[in-house]
Ligand binder design. Structure first.
Ligand code: ATP
Ligand code: LTN
Length: 328
C-alpha cells in the first residue's frame, strides 16, 4: 500500500526550542512510520532576516544534526537543504504570478515580523509564503505537519495550488495541514500571550533543546504564572495553562489525571515536576546531538543522499509546471 507523503521545513535561524519540538519536530519523528517523509532545512527562508553568512552555513548543519538527534531516521525519511534544489525559487516565481497582492497582504506573519524588525522589511519577507508554497507543492505532499502559526500559509498554499490546477490543468496535489491538538502553540515562558519564538530576545523566553538541566530548572521556576496557586487547566490563566500543556504532551497523561495529581499542591511542586519531565525528555536528544556534532562528514553524506532522493520529484513537478504555463 502506498503511504501518504508529508513535507515540512524548519528555518536555521537560531537554536531550536521547545515550541519547535512540540509543535512540529516531535510529530515528524512520532509519525515517521505512518508516512513517506520529506524534511527540509529551509535556509533560503532564513535570509528573509539578516544572517551572517559564516554563521548561517554553520547553523544549517547544526539544525540538520539536531533533527537527527531528535530521531529523524534516514531509513524512513529524507532530509535535505532547501538551497540545494533550484526548483524551489524557480517555482516560487511562477506561483508569485498566480497569487494576488490582496491575498499576500493578509499574511499576519509578515505583519508581525515587519513590526518586530522595521529596519529590514524586504520583498523576500513579504514573499516568504510563495517560497513556502513552492517547497510543499514541488513534492506533491499530501500533508504538512506544522505548528498553529503556519495555518494561514498553508491556506495560501492550497489556494494557489487550486487556482493553478483550474487555470492551467491538473498539476498539484492539494496538501492538508497536520496540526497537533496539544502543543501546536507553545507560548513564551516570560510572556505567555505570545508564541515561543527563536528570535525573541528575553533570556527567560524559551527553553532550547540544548539547555542544561540547571538552565531548564531555572527558566521553569521563573516562568510567569499568577497568584491563584491551584493547578487546573484554565485557558484564562495563560502562564499556568502553557506549563500544563507542556507537561501533558511530555507525560501523555489525561487532563483529569494531571489535575488530580496536583490537587492541593502549589506552584513550587508543580514547576519542579514540569522541569523534571522536560529535562528527562531532552536528555537523550542533547547526548545524541553531542555525538553527531563531531561527525560533520556523516551529516553531509546524509544531506547529500536526501537531496539525490528528492531532486527527481521536484524536477518532475517543475517540468510539468513549465510546460503547462508555456515556458518551453
Ligand atoms: P522564528 O522565530 O525565527 O520565526 P520559529 O521559532 O517560529 O522561528 P520556524 O523555523 O519558523 O521557527 O518553525 C519551525 C516549526 O516550528 C513550524 O512548524 C512552526 O509552526 C513550529 N513552531 C514555531 N514556534 C512554535 C511554537 N511556539 N509552538 C508550536 N510550534 C511552533
Ligand atoms: N514557514 C515555516 C517554515 C517552512 C515550512 C515550509 C514549513 C518553510 N517552508 C514548508 C512547512 C512546509 C515556518 O515554520 N516558519
Amino acid at each position: 500500500m502506498n503511504k501518504k507523503r508529508v513535507f515540512s521545513g524548519i528555518q536555521p535561524t537560531g537554536q531550536i526550542h521547545l515550541g519547535n519540538y512540540l509543535g512540529a519536530v516531535k510529530n515528524w519523528v512520532d509519525s515517521q512510520s505512518e508516512y513517506e517523509n520529506i524534511f527540509c532545512v529551509v535556509n533560503s527562508h532564513a535570509i528573509t532576516t539578516a544572517q551572517n553568512p559564516v554563521e548561517l552555513r554553520e547553523k544549517t548543519y547544526q539544525l540538520a544534526s539536531m533533527l537527527l538527534a531528535c530521531g529523524i531516521d534516514m531509513k524512513k525519511s529524507s532530509l535535505f537543504i532547501q538551497s540545494e534544489i533550484d526548483e524551489h525559487p524557480s517555482l516560487a516565481w511562477i506561483l508569485d504570478c498566480n497569487i494576488s497582492m490582496g491575498e499576500m497582504n493578509r499574511m499576519t506573519q509578515f505583519k508581525d515580523k515587519s513590526l518586530k524588525n522595521p529596519t529590514n522589511v524586504n520583498v523576500g519577507l513579504f514573499n516568504y509564503p510563495a517560497l513556502m508554497a513552492a517547497d510543499i507543492l514541488l513534492y506533491q505532499a499530501d500533508g504538512v505537519p506544522v505548528g498553529e502559526d503556519q495555518k494561514q500559509h498553508l491556506e495560501l498554499t492550497r489556494n494557489v495550488a487550486m487556482k493553478f490546477n483550474r487555470d492551467f490543468g491538473e498539476c498539484f496535489k492539494i496538501p492538508e495541514p497536520i496540526i497537533p491538538k496539544v502543543g501546536a502553540r507553545v507560548m513564551g515562558l516570560d510572556d505567555p500571550n505570545n508564541k515561543m519564538s527563536k528570535s525573541a530576545l528575553g533570556t527567560n523566553h524559551a527553553i532550547f533543546l540544548l539547555d542544561t538541566p540547571e538552565e531548564i530548572t531555572k527558566k521553569i521556576k521563573k516562568a510567569t504564572t499568577d497568584s491563584l496557586n491551584s493547578i487546573v487547566f484554565d485557558k484564562n490563566r495563560a502562564g499556568l495553562y502553557n506549563l500544563l500543556n507542556i507537561y501533558q504532551i511530555l507525560t501523555n497523561k489525561s487532563t483529569e489525571a494531571i489535575e488530580k495529581d496536583f490537587e492541593g499542591k502549589g506552584y513550587g511542586l508543580f514547576k519542579s515536576a514540569v522541569a523534571e519531565v522536560i529535562i528527562e525528555n531532552l536528555r537523550p536528544i542533547r547526548e545524541k546531538y553531542q555525538e553527531l556534532s563531531a561527525e560533520k562528514g556523516y551529516i553531509e553524506e546524509i544531506l547529500k543522499t536526501g537531496t539525490q532522493k528528492v531532486r527527481p520529484i521536484a524536477k518532475a513537478t517543475y517540468d510539468k509546471v513549465k510546460e503547462l504555463v508555456g515556458l518551453i
